[in-house]
Design a protein around this ligand. Structure first.
Ligand SMILES: *[C@@H]1O[C@H](CO)[C@@H](O)[C@H](O)[C@H]1NC(C)=O
Ligand SMILES: *[C@@H]1O[C@H](CO)[C@@H](O)[C@H](O)[C@H]1NC(C)=O
Ligand SMILES: *[C@@H]1O[C@H](CO)[C@@H](O)[C@H](O)[C@H]1NC(C)=O
Ligand SMILES: *[C@@H]1O[C@H](CO)[C@@H](O)[C@H](O)[C@H]1NC(C)=O
Ligand SMILES: *[C@@H]1O[C@H](CO)[C@@H](O)[C@H](O)[C@H]1NC(C)=O
Ligand SMILES: *[C@@H]1O[C@H](CO)[C@@H](O)[C@H](O)[C@H]1NC(C)=O
Ligand SMILES: *[C@@H]1O[C@H](CO)[C@@H](O)[C@H](O)[C@H]1NC(C)=O
Ligand SMILES: *[C@@H]1O[C@H](CO)[C@@H](O)[C@H](O)[C@H]1NC(C)=O
Length: 664
């Protein structure tokens, strides 16, 4: 710590001497450039990583650029007015957004990191994974503690433990990770399964709540965020993975160690141990500070939006980022812990074979009882939008051939994805006969009708654009009777106004999604399983499209939902983040450029740094209360179960347990 501080002073003095130099980011000498020390290394002590991140001085030009973008994009944010006084049980997410922006505009920051960190924390504490400032520059390192924790029930009592599979899990990070601790003579292996009595001097659940309140973000409900601080299983990409959890895997390398009081297995008395963090690098290669800035921090050709009318710009996208070129509505969160994705130790993966259609983000099985099918839907954001649908069809065909009579859908750590794949899975599960009883297969939706949004729709209509060019064109939507809107129908002007927390909130007319046109497999007429033979399980870290899917199943079909984990004795929502479609910075900037409105005084400028400022762009209204977004309609699962040492990292054990509890 001492050496770190003195290095800062030395660096600050050096930069002061160069005051106002154009090459403030260039490292004058290797000795004075803290990035040189960490260049080329995957694992470095957090203090060294932080010294590199903090080596870029605060720059007022960049602050004004970033805040102007953030301020103007917030005009599109659907939930701004709710934040002035978030309704219970979400009251801990109350923030005056514009006041925070003013504060950040006038705070004195020593470094560019400090400014970005402040903006990151403010947006992350909105607890809306759809609305966040994500600076590529400072998401390069993730801190990892060789002692992830879980909450488990043992002999009827819940407590916090270091993960019992520690000695199988941690070595998957490789010997460069474990050698660091060996060199320090730190024996992490003996902590496997230790009971945790205190973390940083606090009761471990109190510490878990603090992290859920100040760091986890992403999910509006506090109880759901508690689950993200603990380790859990998930599907990352198309593989089983074990998440570190936010206590052991925070985003910034700003803690050097965590102090825990633990009772290690078979020990006669508790002891207090100081466990070192190690920072893991997942950014672009660099050799020094100037490179680090150029490769991670400066805006590049993918940062800002394009004019979708310009064929050359679109062609470039199709080769570099084909998914961006396709206009498919997305609702997903960004779990920064995905950057360092470690496998689930293979002995804890299901032992029953997969059924057909399990190569992608969905893994399906028949349990040893021969009658329970399981579909673990790891994400709604597959590489192949159509492949997801054929996978569902193949799995159900295989379930049927194997005589399965009941179904568990596992949504653990499903961060969402394509809006229409959630509607597809819902339709496929319930069948067209049931769907026919309600006209709108998704939720009624609106977007914010700020003056620039109204200009965009008017301009798109005047230019005769269609949904190949823009998410704002009317053919993206249907009237509430499920008929697609004609290209000339202006659904945003005149706007509709309602009062939220004393503010006049102005939104478009209500509309529905037009997902059916993207369905490539036939939806069965009769469902494969009766509604009471389908149950959903998970840890409620089910965001966006996942939240819309589970809410549809709950609101339309009263499906049994069981959540695992959480604080002992508390209830929590089954849906983590139930906004609707998200627009990334690239998307909204492209909308503005495509509508020829980049020169409008209300339009945000291009970003000068490589970052994303995403926002929740659309609302989904609850069927149970059509004046309330599902985001703010409290919906809890019928069952809550504690994890045990047998289920927290073992999906098949969890499904077998759930089957015994949820089906008669
Ligand atoms: C601040 O950033 C701008 C934009 O990247 C750059 O042109 C300028 O040189 C920087 N100022 C300093 C003092 O480094
Ligand atoms: C920040 O404050 C300054 C001084 O009041 C003002 O000129 C500037 O426009 C503000 N920046 C933003 C992005 O609001
Ligand atoms: C471990 O680190 C060394 C030196 O930095 C590197 O050459 C090697 O590739 C790393 N090994 C792995 C498995 O990442
Ligand atoms: C703890 O004690 C039990 C019973 O003596 C023994 O089977 C087990 O291996 C011990 N575990 C550890 C980690 O020492
Ligand atoms: C499962 O896939 C295999 C291999 O593609 C195929 O032969 C089989 O018919 C499929 N089973 C069902 C029930 O569709
Ligand atoms: C719009 O996209 C559709 C496919 O979604 C394609 O068939 C059509 O040619 C596109 N039209 C234009 C003008 O690019
Ligand atoms: C659906 O509603 C729109 C708008 O009210 C109307 O113009 C259209 O005729 C309706 N379509 C059907 C099939 O009822
Ligand atoms: C949903 O199902 C539960 C359990 O069967 C039942 O108690 C409850 O009344 C049902 N709710 C509705 C709205 O049908």
């Amino acid at each position: 710590m001492v050496s770190l501080t003195s290095r800062f002073i030395a660096l600050a003095a050096l930069l002061g001497a160069f005051g106002g130099s154009e090459v403030a980011f260039a490292a004058p000498t290797a000795a004075a450039d803290p990035c040189v020390k960490v260049a080329g290394k995957t694992f470095v002590p957090p203090a060294d990583a932080l010294a590199c991140l903090k080596s870029f001085p605060f720059n007022e030009t960049l602050r004004q650029n970033v805040l102007t973008v953030v301020d103007r994009v917030f005009n599109f944010y659907t939930f701004e007015d709710y934040y002035l006084n978030s309704p219970p049980p979400f009251q801990d997410s109350t923030v005056n957004i514009r006041a925070q922006l003013k504060r950040i505009n006038t705070t004195k920051y020593a470094t560019d990191y400090d400014f970005n960190h402040d903006l990151f924390v403010f947006t992350s504490q909105l607890n809306d994974g759809h609305t966040r400032w994500l600076p590529s520059c400072y998401e390069t390192y993730q801190n990892l503690l060789p002692a992830p924790v879980v909450t488990l029930e043992e002999n009827g009592v819940e407590g916090v433990f270091v993960v019992p599979d520690l000695t199988d899990f941690i070595p998957l990070l490789g010997s460069n990770f474990t050698d660091f601790f060996k060199a320090q003579n730190f024996d992490w292996e003996r902590l496997a399964g230790a009971r945790v009595l205190k973390i940083q001097g606090q009761d471990p659940y109190a510490y878990a709540e603090t992290i859920a309140h100040t760091q986890s973000g992403n999910y509006l409900d506090h109880g759901v965020r508690v689950n993200s601080v603990f380790s859990s299983y998930r599907i990352s990409g198309t593989d089983f993975s074990q998440r570190f959890g936010d206590i052991a895997g925070p985003v910034f390398p700003d803690l050097e160690s965590l102090t825990m009081t633990v009772q290690v297995v078979n020990a006669s008395r508790p002891e207090t141990v100081k466990i070192p963090f190690l920072a893991s690098y997942a950014g672009a290669d660099f050799t020094n500070g100037a490179d680090f800035w150029a490769n991670n921090c400066a805006a590049n050709s993918d940062t800002n939006g394009i004019d979708f009318k310009n064929a050359a710009q679109v062609a470039k996208l199709t080769s570099d980022a084909p998914l961006r070129a396709r206009k498919l509505a997305k609702a997903s969160i960004v779990d920064l812990s995905q950057k360092v994705s470690i496998g689930l130790p293979s002995q804890f993966e299901p032992t029953v074979p997969t059924v057909n259609g399990s190569e992608g983000v969905i893994k399906s099985y028949v349990l040893p009882d021969g009658k329970t099918g399981v579909m673990f839907v790891g994400s709604f954001e597959p590489d192949d939008f159509f492949g997801f649908q054929t996978d569902v069809q193949s799995s159900f065909a295989d379930f049927q051939s194997k005589g399965v009579s009941q179904l568990i859908v596992d949504l653990t750590n499903n961060g969402g994805g394509f809006v229409c794949l959630g509607q597809f899975l819902h339709a496929f599960l319930v069948g067209t006969k049931s769907l026919g009883t309600f006209q709108n297969p998704g939720f009624q939706s609106t977007m914010r009708a700020n003056p620039l949004a109204q200009k965009i729709v008017a301009s798109d209509i005047a230019l005769g654009l269609d949904d190949n060019f823009s998410f704002y064109t009317p053919d993206n939507w249907a009237f509430l009777n499920d008929t697609e809107m004609p290209l000339t129908h202006n659904y945003i002007t005149p706007a509709s106004t309602r009062t939220i927390n004393g503010q006049q909130f102005v939104e478009s007319q209500r509309f529905a999604d037009v997902c059916e046109t993207g369905f490539v497999v036939d939806i069965p007429e009769e469902p494969f399983f009766a509604p009471d033979k389908i149950a959903i399980v998970g840890n409620a870290n089910c965001a966006s499209t996942c939240a819309m899917f589970s809410t549809l199943m709950n609101e339309r079909h009263n499906t049994t939902i069981a959540n695992f984990g959480g604080m002992p004795g508390t209830q929590f929502e089954f849906k983590g983040m139930a906004g609707n479609q998200v627009l990334e910075w690239f998307d909204i900037d492209s909308e503005i450029k495509t509508a020829n409105l980049k020169d409008d005084p209300l339009a945000p400028p291009d970003l000068l740094v490589n970052a994303d400022f995403r926002h929740n762009w659309r609302i989904a209204y609850s069927f149970l209360d059509e004046t309330t977004p599902i985001e703010y309609h409290s919906e809890r699962s019928r069952f809550r179960f504690a994890y045990t040492a047998e289920t927290y990292n073992n999906p098949q054990n969890l499904w077998t347990f759930a089957t015994s509890k949820l089906f008669s």
